[in-house]
Design a protein around this ligand. Structure first.
Ligand code: EPU
Length: 430
């Protein structure tokens, strides 16, 4: 398994390009199942999760072509995917595939809507909590699906077709909102989703569905109204920039000090996290081409933050913020309200010398004078990258094991950081 080593203490300066959003690219690729026509997605990030989903979609019968090198290289545009699900030849998403990535479960609704049946393995346990799928299933049932659990698989059928309905989510769920939104686009009549997730990635998928011929109102609000149609068309859509990658590098600059422009980033996608960063004493300004983050040698002020669904502070940046606050000038309080077990990074940060106490869903982080490099390991994507941030601040060398977690969601991380002056390298295992 590859490892990444960082020698801390180097400031970051210059610019780095923000990639397309993983959490928009994945559902957008799944939306290709809704039409026999070609869906072209631009700015798709080159990530392990994208490749995993590509394999799953191919197994259902989706043709996938990726454009080669082009003469007009915009440094921040990722790959262009052409996905065509002319005939869906297999409506089963097997355990061996779904097991590797939870979002692959989201094929359930679109397969059901298109083919009247689907059989998708229940996603397994996950390092950040139990993550049930009850809301997905309740949403699909409301649209008329019959659902059975058989041998670890969700078996969904809609013999009489799907019919629009009112779906009221008792809890905000990004995945369940994506699932019902996509499925309702091919259901008969109107669907209203109440308490829908408002994450920008939902808006990106809704925009793409509209280009495919769906009628959707309320995008960006917690009530979505979808007028179903019997056939969706092909479309061309550009994946929005990754706000979590943006926030991660913003926190990295705050940690290391320096001045970096995050090219292609959109400040409006991350107002709460940028406001938190500004409170710590870091400069954040919008530029014509992205967002500039700067920190001089001044102390970092501690802050208290609670994770919340969008537009609140994202759970996907909680670990990165915690890494930063380990060196703040005082005590920060960080509460995780979305996932019950998303503190796996704490014990690894402590190995680097951080002072963190856990009290239920809350971490009390007392800033320390210095961190010291060590061997660390992480169990999920965002936890891994929080160790990169800590490594940038630590004295000496930090080695992060199990880098495959990082490769699931961060494209060319070492190149992006070393391009700004970080001392970071990957040891590829033989
Ligand atoms: N939940 C249920 N029942 C359900 C679905 C969710 O109880 O049927 C609970 C979850 O257990 C959790 C809460 O609802 O406590 C919110 O979960 P949500 O469904 O919103 O999460 P998700 O759709 O599985 C997406 C992102 C996650 C991100 C969360 C929250 C993708 C591919 N994944 O997951 O991203 O943390 O929303 O914003 O979009 C990551 O990228 O590292 C990542 C984990």
């Amino acid at each position: 398994m590859d490892r990444i080593s960082i020698v801390g203490g180097k400031a970051l300066n210059g610019s780095l390009a923000i990639s397309g959003a993983k959490n928009a690219a994945l559902p957008l690729m799944i939306a290709s199942l809704l039409t026999p026509e070609r869906l072209t997605l631009k700015n798709v990030p080159n990530l392990a999760d994208v490749n995993t989903l590509a394999r799953i979609l191919r197994n259902h019968g989706v043709d996938l072509a990726v454009d080669g090198k082009r003469a007009d290289p915009s440094p921040y545009l990722g790959e262009t995917f052409h996905l065509t699900a002319r005939d869906i030849v297999d409506t089963t998403a097997p355990y061996e595939m779904v097991n590797r990535m939870r979002a692959s479960f989201w094929v359930l609704g679109p397969l059901l809507a298109r083919c009247g049946e689907a059989r998708v393995s229940m996603p397994g346990g996950c390092a950040i909590g139990t993550r049930p799928v009850d809301l997905h299933l309740a949403g699909l049932k409301a649209l008329g699906a019959e659902i059975d659990i058989d041998g670890g698989y969700v078996v969904a059928k809609a013999r009489k077709g799907l019919k629009g309905a009112r779906v009221v989510f008792p809890k905000v769920s990004v995945g369940a909102t994506h699932a019902v939104l996509m499925t309702a686009a091919l259901a008969k009549g109107e669907t209203v989703i109440e308490n829908a997730a408002r994450e920008p990635e939902i808006g990106d998928v809704a925009d793409c569905l509209v280009k495919m011929g769906a009628r959707i109102d309320g995008v960006g609000t917690s009530t979505l109204r979808i007028q179903g149609t019997s056939r969706l068309e092909g479309a061309v859509h550009t994946v929005l920039p990754d706000r979590i990658e943006t926030g991660t590098y913003a926190f990295a600059v705050a940690a290391a000090g320096g001045d970096v422009e995050l090219k292609g980033a959109r400040k409006s996608l991350l107002e709460t996290a940028f406001a938190a960063l500004e409170k710590t004493g870091v400069g954040v300004t919008e530029t014509a081409t992205g967002v500039r983050v700067s920190r001089n040698s001044g102390a970092l002020e501690p802050i208290s933050v609670e994770t919340q669904p969008f537009p609140g502070f994202p759970t996907d940046l909680q670990a990165q913020l915690m890494a930063l606050m380990t060196r703040a000038n005082g005590t920060s309080v960080i509460r995780e309200t979305i996932f019950e077990n998303r503190f796996m990074h704490v014990q690894e940060l402590v190995r680097l010398g951080a002072d963190i106490q856990l009290q239920g869903d809350t971490a009390i982080v007392k800033g320390v004078k210095s961190l010291r490099g060590a061997q660390v390991m992480a169990t999920d994507l965002r936890a891994s990258v929080s160790l990169v941030i800590a490594g940038l601040m630590a004295e000496g060398k930090t080695t992060i094991n199990r880098v495959y977690h990082l490769d699931r969601g961060f494209e060319r991380l070492e190149q992006k950081l070393s391009g700004c002056g970080a001392s970071i390298e990957r040891q590829v295992s033989g």
